[in-house]
Ligand binder design. Structure first.
Ligand code: NAD
Length: 482
């Protein structure tokens, strides 16, 4: 009997991990992930398991199913033609030019994928929007797919809420592999899986049921939500906007704390213990990063503007503005602390990824902090446990437009955090890696120029202990030392 075939277009941060999870949970299904990038596919197929992205547990997951029922390939047409269901998980960044530049999502890759599917498919397909797309994209895609009239397509929206869902599942798998299940009680299921479709069309509802069945292999049925397609598309943008809004709210409060002597962690705790508010996502920081929050809020802003909802657009836009402001004022604090100039001073950047436990640097706050410090002629020593040097240099080259030679004169990247702290005037924490909490600060203090400063952009360092060693410590939303 023919096995059920899934194809996923886009082998990135979403396509690779989510398809690995489906292959792991559904051994009866063959999953083929395709991409136009040979380097990405080679890396997913790497014999040593040197995958293109880092997530805790991902390597174990991929290696357990790769070449069993999970395949990575460049053969797009073959995978499309063989598939019963096609996920599209290509990138949808903010448009950089033309109509809607700086706001609207760029759907070029989505449209190209749809055109390719339409050109190749000869049998009925279920096409699943996995990428985050603006509301009513399914309608546009349907018109591209159905134009040739050769076969039938059912279109589903199934946005990815990776952080709450897959991360937990990966942690669970990691426990099963390495802790022999001792931490299985820690397993948390994804908060929800969302599937949207045209509920008026029986074929689409049937397609939706197929996808519900797939997820039911590991997600409790009551957490699989089915909605109309527009609710599903909009929910993803709203979910990211709400999360980012909490970050911007607590960061705005952190500025009030610094001006008044209140302590942001005490305030966040007091506020978050109210069950209606909750403690999650109330950690003050140098601001959110990552490939999604800003782009999805801007996409929502663009939607509101194009609907003439200017006040609503402005409301959401302020989340992004406050995020920029938080990074800006953090850098001002560093410069101000270092006697109003960082020219020629060595500054150690601890962490470059946009959050801990990932090698992803997209829209990382560290990039903007480094850019501004380089603009002020600082000399940077950078350490991150997971981000490759080449990635750091490429990000900084891109944002500063310095050529590689100039960049090399101002930036050094270290594989050891202690070496990165040598003769430094200040430590600047940009990513909340757990290992930074455990560093030997006595040793670091001895290596640094005096006075030795620490600017903790994530409030994770042991501030009191460091102060007792002689550090001048600045934390976000923390009372300033007199
Ligand atoms: P990514 O850039 O890591 O991966 C996208 C991949 O698609 C790339 O490897 C690219 O080469 C490939 N691609 C582009 N055009 C193609 C084409 N025409 N044919 C074949 N392959 C093509 O992006 P990502 O982070 O995986 O995000 C994908 C989508 O998922 C985006 O819409 C994003 O907003 C959304 N999303 C991302 C996350 C996340 O945590 N990264 C979470 C939820 C949703």
């Amino acid at each position: 009997m023919k096995r059920y075939q899934i194809c996923c277009i886009g082998a990135g941060y979403v396509g690779g991990p989510t398809m690995s999870m489906i292959a792991y949970q559904c051994p009866h299904i063959d999953v083929t992930v395709v991409d136009i990038s040979q380097a990405r596919i080679d890396s997913w197929n790497s014999p040593s398991g040197d995958l293109p992205i880092y997530e805790p547990g991902l390597r174990e997951l991929v290696l357990s199913v790769r070449d069993r029922n999970l395949f990575f390939s460049m053969e797009l047409d073959e995978a499309i033609e063989n598939a019963d269901m096609i996920f599209v998980a290509v990138n949808t960044p903010t448009k950089m030019s033309g109509l809607g530049a700086g706001r609207a999502a760029d759907l070029t890759r989505w449209e190209l994928s749809a055109r390719r599917i339409a050109a190749v498919a000869t049998t009925p397909k279920i096409v699943v929007e996995k990428s985050t797309v603006p509301i009513r994209t399914a309608e546009a895609i349907a018109s591209v797919l159905t134009a040739s009239g050769r076969t039938h397509f059912s279109i589903l929206s199934n946005p990815e809420f990776l952080a709450e869902g897959l991360e937990q599942a990966l942690k669970y798998l990691l426990c099963v592999h390495f802790c022999k299940g001792t931490a299985i009680q820690d397993l948390q299921n994804p908060d929800r899986v969302l599937i949207g479709t045209n509920t008026e069309d029986p074929c689409s509802v049937e397609a939706m049921n197929v996808l519900v069945d797939i997820y039911s292999h590991w997600v409790p049925r009551n957490r699989i939500l089915t909605t109309n397609v527009w609710s599903s598309e909009l929910s993803k943008l709203v979910a990211n906007s709400c999360l980012a809004q909490r970050v911007s709210t607590i960061n705005a409060v952190s500025e009030i704390c610094e001006a008044t002597g209140a302590d942001i962690d005490e305030v966040a705790n007091a506020v978050g213990l109210d069950k209606r508010i909750g403690v999650k996502f109330l950690k003050a920081s140098i601001g959110f990063g990552g490939s999604c929050f800003q782009k999805d809020i801007l996409s929502l802003v663009y939607l509101c503007e194009s609907l003439g909802l200017d006040e609503v657009a402005e409301y959401f836009y302020w989340i992004v503005k406050l995020n920029d402001h938080q990074k800006e004022r953090f850098v001002f604090r560093i410069i101000h602390g270092l006697f109003n100039t960082v020219t020629g001073k060595r500054i150690t950047i601890l962490g470059f990824a946009f959050k801990k436990d990932t090698g992803d640097t997209r829209e990382s706050s560290a990039i903007e902090v480094c850019r501004r410090l380089l603009h002020e002629n600082a000399i940077l020593s950078i350490y991150d446990p997971k981000v490759q040097s080449s990635q750091i240099l490429s990000d900084l080259g891109h944002c500063t437009r310095l050529d590689p030679l100039e960049l090399n004169q101002h930036v050094s990247i270290y594989a050891d955090p202690y070496e990165a702290c040598n003769q430094s005037h200040a430590l600047v924490v940009c990513t909340e890696w757990d290992l930074f909490k455990e560093l030997d600060f006595e040793r670091i203090y001895c290596q640094m120029e005096k006075p030795a400063f620490a600017f903790d952009g994530r409030n994770i360092l042991p501030h009191e202990r460091m102060k007792s060693l002689g550090f001048v410590v600045y934390g976000i939303g923390k009372p300033l030392d007199k």
